[in-house]
Design a protein around this ligand. Structure first.
Ligand code: HEC
Ligand code: HEC
Ligand code: HEC
Ligand code: HEC
Length: 213
């Protein structure tokens, strides 16, 4: 023990003088001419953005022909509709006897022209007649489905991916039509059913069963 005592004292001395030096630096900085900052600097992370997916493009119709480069030739909706009279009472896909035959349509008792703009088939329309570009269809859904749109805006309808805490990363919201087909928006009713009994002898009882082969 005793041979070490001088070393220990030396160490104490070094430590003490170091602390004293630090204190002097702190005091001179406080009394220095530079004004002290008004508030403690806080650590701010940038807030990331919330984006809403835009799955809807401007729809066009394929003619079945291709250009010399082999790209399909498409026409705008207006290229037929600008020259034909709109039919405001069409409310069933089965009433379409010439065109748009495969359309699945079941949306309350809305007519097609509740949403499509009779004066310009290349856009949609709001209830007061103002036109809406196709990619902004959500404002149209919101007009008739206020409660669901309100829930959506609060985050309790429609889901999201990414970060809840926007200081950690961006968030992405789904568009209504990511889940609801605008022409047949209702979700199919799910039938309650008993799960099949778990049996190792039966290969495909559970959807969670691993795939073999
Ligand atoms: C090749 C011509 C043609 C093109 C292109 C076309 N349509 Fe039509 N569309 C028709 C015809 C014909 C009808 C009349 C209904 C029928 O088939 O009897 C119709 C009916 C409709 C209707 C029902 C209301 C009404 O006025 O009859 C809507 C809505 C509609 N089309 C929307 C569109 C949209 C949106 C596009 C673009 C994606 C489009 N159409 C492109 C030919 C066309
Ligand atoms: C609730 C509003 C709404 C109603 C009602 C509606 N549509 Fe649409 N329609 C849309 C929206 C939104 C799109 C764009 C969808 C997309 O691009 O995913 C669209 C796209 C279309 C298109 C082009 C893309 C496609 O799916 O072929 C045609 C054609 C069309 N509608 C015809 C009709 C016809 C015919 C009716 C009536 C039988 C009708 N729509 C009723 C909202 C509506
Ligand atoms: C002009 C008014 C109007 C517009 C615009 C409209 N809807 Fe609807 N929607 C209705 C009506 C009316 C019903 C039928 C409600 C019922 O039967 O109880 C309905 C039904 C629905 C349903 C099914 C509700 C259920 O339980 O059956 C969904 C989902 C829906 N709409 C989504 C949408 C989406 C998504 C859009 C935008 C692309 C849209 N709607 C645009 C009026 C509208
Ligand atoms: C992530 C998918 C998803 C998105 C995005 C979404 N919904 Fe829904 N929506 C659902 C489901 C699931 C139901 C419930 C179906 C059921 O209960 O049978 C529903 C139900 C509805 C109904 C029927 C009434 C009700 O509340 O049960 C309406 C109307 C509706 N949604 C409108 C909208 C509108 C408008 C938007 C966009 C602002 C939207 N939804 C976005 C999945 C979605």
């Amino acid at each position: 023990m005793s041979p070490r005592t001088p070393d220990f004292k030396l160490a104490l001395f070094v430590l003490a003088s170091g602390l004293a030096a630090l204190a002097v630096i702190a005091v001179t900085q406080q009394n220095g001419s530079a004004p002290a900052p008004a508030a403690q600097p806080t650590f701010v992370r940038p807030r990331h953005s919330v984006t809403i997916r835009q799955p809807i493009q401007q729809p066009r119709v394929e003619t079945g022909k291709t250009d010399p480069q082999g790209h399909p030739i498409t026409v705008s909706c207006g290229s037929c509709h600008a020259t034909s009279a709109p039919r405001p009472d069409t409310r069933l896909a089965s009433e379409l006897d010439e065109f748009h035959q495969g359309l699945q349509y079941q949306h309350g008792s809305l007519t097609c022209l509740s949403c499509h703009d009779a004066s310009n088939y290349d856009q949609l329309r709001l209830a007061d007649g103002r036109g809406v570009p196709f990619p902004e269809a959500m404002s149209l859904c919101a007009q008739c489905h206020g409660p669901q749109y309100r829930d959506y805006s609060h985050g309790s309808h429609g889901g999201m991916t990414g970060h809840w805490d926007l200081s950690r990363g961006p968030r992405q919201r789904n568009h209504c039509v990511d889940c609801h087909d605008p022409h047949a928006p209702q979700f199919p009713v799910v039938q309650p059913a008993f799960p099949l009994p778990a049996d190792r002898g039966l290969k495909s009882t559970s959807t969670a069963a691993p795939h073999h082969g």
